[in-house]
Write a new protein. Structure first.
Length: 254
């Protein structure tokens, strides 16, 4: 069951990286439903444009490589110049998962995962923070993972990057509370997205295999992550900062 959206983000402007597929689309859709204007940023400009078109006139598509300083600067400036302000940023950009331990993981794959998830959040926030401060404050959400809390075999780069995001959110929250900026991370469990099809032949097969590891007995749905992200962006979470919201169906409870 999906709970109907309200208007908690009415008048707010939200920038989302990695916005052109699965969880990113769900976050953008929920923000639009809650009344926000949204900039859908993605490494694939055509996919970003398609997403924005599907979402309607309150959405703008833009190319962004979160690992590139000038690209990060440009998309934040585009957001400011188009909408005049910035109230929320969601760092949802993610690299492909790569199998490996420290002994055999290709260093290029290590750098890719760290660069997109962790360094990308740093670079984007470098430009988001001053615009958000000038807008009177806001909320930053870094999308991490339950695997930032617990270890998974042969996932050294992914787990390390997501754990780093969780602590980066805490550090930023402390640094920028006086600017009226709340910063949190959000850690989903396994979610029904195309990323799972790299390991499973179908999402139902993924659910059958991964679901039992979650207390609720199933994997998550993208719209559940979208709803939780909208909460953190909204004033309903006005006293929530420097925390990690586990949206993992109980995965880390046992």
């Amino acid at each position: 069951m999906t709970v109907a959206a309200g208007n908690r983000l009415e008048g707010k402007v939200v920038l989302i990286s990695g916005a052109a597929s699965d969880i990113g689309v769900a976050i953008a859709s929920r923000c639009i439903a809650e009344g926000a204007s949204v900039v859908c940023a993605d490494l694939d400009p055509d996919a970003a444009a398609r997403t924005a078109t599907q979402l309607g006139s309150a959405s703008l598509g833009a190319r962004c490589d979160v690992t590139d300083l000038e690209s990060a600067r440009a998309v934040v400036e585009l957001t400011r110049s188009t909408f005049g302000r910035l109230d929320g940023y969601v760092h949802n950009a993610a690299a492909p998962w790569h199998d490996g331990s420290v002994e055999d993981l290709d260093p290029a794959h290590w750098h890719q995962e760290i660069d997109v998830s962790l360094t990308g959040a740093f670079l984007m926030s470098r430009f988001v923070v001053p615009v958000m401060r000038d807008s009177g404050g806001g909320s930053i959400v870094l999308v991490a993972s339950q695997l930032g809390h617990v270890a998974a075999q042969r996932s050294v780069a992914y787990c390390a990057a997501k754990a780093g995001l969780i602590h980066l959110a805490r550090l930023m929250a402390v640094d920028h509370a006086a600017d009226g900026i709340r910063v949190n991370s959000l850690s989903p469990g396994a979610v029904r997205t195309g990323r799972l099809l790299r390991s499973w032949s179908s999402l139902d097969e993924a659910d059958s295999n991964l679901g039992p590891a979650h207390v609720l007995g199933r994997i998550g749905r993208p719209e559940e992550i979208g709803a939780s992200t909208a909460f953190l962006l909204s004033e309903d979470a006005s006293f929530v900062t420097a925390t990690d919201l586990l949206v993992d169906g109980g995965y880390t409870a046992r």
